[in-house]
Design a protein around this ligand. Sequence first.
Ligand SMILES: Nc1ncnc2c1ncn2[C@@H]1O[C@H](COP(=O)(O)OP(=O)(O)OP(=O)(O)O)[C@@H](O)[C@H]1O
Ligand SMILES: [Mg+2]
Length: 253
Amino acid sequence: MKILEVREAVKYYGNGGNITKALDGLSFSVDKGSFTAIMGASGSGKSTLMNMISAVDTLSSGDVFIDGVSIADMTDEQSADFRRDKLGFVFQDYNLLDTMTVEENIILPLNLRKEKVAKIQEELKRVTDIFGIGHLSAKFPDEISGGERQRVACARALITSPSIILADEPTGALDSANSLRLMKTFSELNKSFSATILMVTHNPEIGAYADRVLFLKDGVIWNEIYKGDRTKKEFYNDIISLIAASGGDNDVF
Ligand SMILES: Nc1ncnc2c1ncn2[C@@H]1O[C@H](COP(=O)(O)OP(=O)(O)OP(=O)(O)O)[C@@H](O)[C@H]1O
Ligand SMILES: [Mg+2]
C-alpha cells in the first residue's frame, strides 16, 4: 500500500534574476512498511524534498500525498495538525529543547495533543524501552552523549506512532559506532514494528541499511536500486558502483 506519493514536484527558490530550481518535476512513491534512503550530491535537492514532504515549505507546482491526503489542499492549521499526527522527524541536530528533561522532550508531542497522563506514560514506556533510554529520563540534553541524544530524538519522533518517519542525515553528527547503532535501531523499527522510514544520507554504508535507494541529481531522481535478496555488503557495493558510474565522488555523496 502506498503511504507517500510525490507527484511532479517542482520547487523554485528566490525571485527575479536569482532563481534556483531545487526540484525539477520529481515523482516517486513509498510503500507502507518500507525503508527508503535518498542519496545525492550536496545541493541535489534532498533537504528541499524532505521539507516539501513534511509541509514546512510549499511546492512551486506538483503535490505530495500522505495516506492519500494532498498537502497542497491543506490550510496552515490542517498542515500543522498533519505534521504533528502523521509525521515523525529525526534530524542531524536532534532538535531537543535544552531547558526540558529527556522525558519532557520525549512526551512533548503528546502534551501538545493534550493526551491523558496514563496514555502518555504508557507511550513513554513503549518508546524508551525500544531505545533503552529509560534511565536517562531526568537528565537534560546537555548531560547525555550525542548517541543518546539521537536516541531520545528518535523516541520523541516515534511516540505519536507516525505514519512515516522522516530523517534528514540522522547520523550526520554521530561517530561510526553510534551511526551503526542508530541504523540497527531503524532496521529493527522497520522490520519488527513495520515503521515506514524515509532517510536522507550521504553515506553509502548508511544507505545500505535501507531496502531501496533513490539517487537525486539536480532535482530529479536519476536512478534507484532495490536491495532485494542481496546482503547488506552486496547492496553497499552496488550503491558504490552506481555512484562511481555516475561520475560521482564518494566523499561528496
Ligand atoms: N532557502 C533557500 N533559498 C534559496 N536556495 C535554496 C534554499 N534552500 C536550498 N536552496 C538551493 O536549492 C538547491 C537544493 O538544496 P538542498 O538543501 O535541497 O540540497 P541537499 O541535497 O539537501 O544538499 P546537502 O547535501 O548539502 O544538504 C541548492 O542549490 C541550494 O543552494
Ligand atoms: Mg541537505
